[in-house]
Design a protein around this ligand. Structure first.
Ligand SMILES: NC(=O)c1ccc[n+]([C@@H]2O[C@H](COP(=O)([O-])OP(=O)(O)OC[C@H]3O[C@@H](n4cnc5c(N)ncnc54)[C@H](O)[C@@H]3O)[C@@H](O)[C@H]2O)c1
Length: 362
């Protein structure tokens, strides 16, 4: 087992990482005599959930209740989560309770949001079960729900008590979901660690086929990079924005596709290609490095073809309406070189349009 310590302004906590960890790790001291709610994504295989449940039963928990979540963006809203509040109230859950979220990013976000708001905040622990949630959604303390079609519009910054990452649960994930997580892993290498990027290039097949030693290294280094950024800027006042590399374009593409046409991973892949091109055009990022990134993304097998004709001007307008756009100024994450990213405001729409045209229309 590997343990990573996260120290933010608001909380210190540990992330434990290992293959087959959920039935080995002791949760006794964390669970104590608490009332425990297991919030479970209904696609997580039952044997995995049983292992977590059996583990908690070894502690002195006052009681353990289970509630399943049907994870979808459509359900990630107040109406759906109000049934979780109802359940907690009906079962007399007190402040001395612990919610354990077992599932992908949607379940992690919901768990964190309910944990942040029920009785003004109770403890929560995350057991992420998708690659994306292991390297991204469970790390950093952002929680949220969608509101009237706007993604993650309502939420909190609130760190969990602990994160337990068991890479053995990834084997039941569809390939597309593996690719979604892999795009975030590649992003972490691109923005912060050229050595890690090179390692991904060399070991792509082993990572894609989830060879334990390789997937664990990929997840561990990814978490270290994200946790390091979050430690320096928990509430995204500055540096944390670099984690949005490729996401400014990506979110706009997701919106154009009404969140159905592209998976998040595909949108981020296309977004990273556009961000590389923009780095080339508006800064001195080398064409050779840009080509390396684009070649790695394509080698993963993810779709990087536009599925619908896009209108550049509409795409830029959508980028302006992203909640991360700042007083009408479009902020982009650009690359100086592989492993070094910076935040830059670009006001010249022609430059942005050129980057989109030269990267996505081929
Ligand atoms: N809080 C953050 O910092 C942060 C960061 C990135 C993404 N997110 C959020 O995370 C969400 C995306 O996360 P995601 O990609 O994990 O999506 P998800 O939670 O929808 O999970 C993807 C699919 O995999 C299924 N699944 C989960 N675990 C499985 C397993 N072990 N085997 C088989 N199937 C399994 C789910 O039921 C779902 O159908 C988005 O809502 C996004 O906003 C949050």
């Amino acid at each position: 087992m590997t343990t990573l310590k996260v120290k933010t302004d608001s909380k210190k906590y540990e992330i434990h990482l290992g293959h087959g960890l959920v039935d080995k790790i002791s949760l006794k001291s964390l669970v104590g005599k608490k009332e425990v709610l297991l919030l479970i994504d209904n696609k997580v295989p039952k044997p995995f959930v049983k292992k977590v449940e059996n583990n908690i039963k070894k502690s002195s928990a006052a009681r353990i209740k289970l509630l399943t979540v049907n994870a979808s963006e459509k359900n990630k809203n107040f109406l759906y989560i109000s049934r979780i509040y109802d359940f907690l109230i009906k079962n007399n859950f007190s402040r001395d309770s612990l919610i354990i979220g077992i599932g992908g990013g949607i379940t992690c976000d919901i768990t964190g949001f309910v944990g942040s708001t029920f009785l003004r905040g109770i403890d929560f622990l995350l057991i992420p079960t998708t690659l994306l949630s292991q390297v991204d959604a469970s790390i950093g303390g952002k929680t949220g729900v969608n509101h009237k079609g706007f993604k993650n519009m309502i939420g909190t910054f609130n760190q969990p008590r602990k994160v337990i990452i068991d890479t053995s649960c990834l084997k039941t994930l569809p390939k597309l979901e593996i690719l979604c997580g892999l795009m975030e892993i590649i992003k972490h290498g691109v923005i912060a660690d050229s050595g890690f990027f090179k390692w991904i290039e060399k070991n792509l097949n082993q990572i894609l086929t989830l060879k334990p030693q390789y997937i664990q290294k990929a997840v561990k280094r990814s978490i270290e990079i994200k946790a390091d950024v979050v430690t320096k800027d928990e509430k995204e006042l500055g540096l944390r924005a670099i984690l949005n590399f490729g996401h400014t374009f990506g979110h706009a593409l997701e919106t154009i596709g009404e969140n159905k046409l592209y998976t998040h991973g595909e949108a981020v892949a296309l977004g990273m290609l556009a961000a590389c091109k923009l780095s080339e055009i508006s800064d001195d990022f080398s064409e050779k490095s840009s080509e390396r990134i684009s070649s790695l993304i394509k080698k993963t097998g993810i779709n990087v073809k536009l599925k619908k004709k896009i209108n550049n001007k509409k795409l830029i307008k959508l980028m302006h309406s992203d909640k991360k756009s700042n007083q009408g100024r479009l902020k982009f994450i650009l690359l100086e070189k592989i492993g070094t990213a910076k935040i830059k405001v670009i006001n010249n729409n022609q430059v942005i349009e050129k980057a989109i045209k030269n990267s996505l229309f081929y």
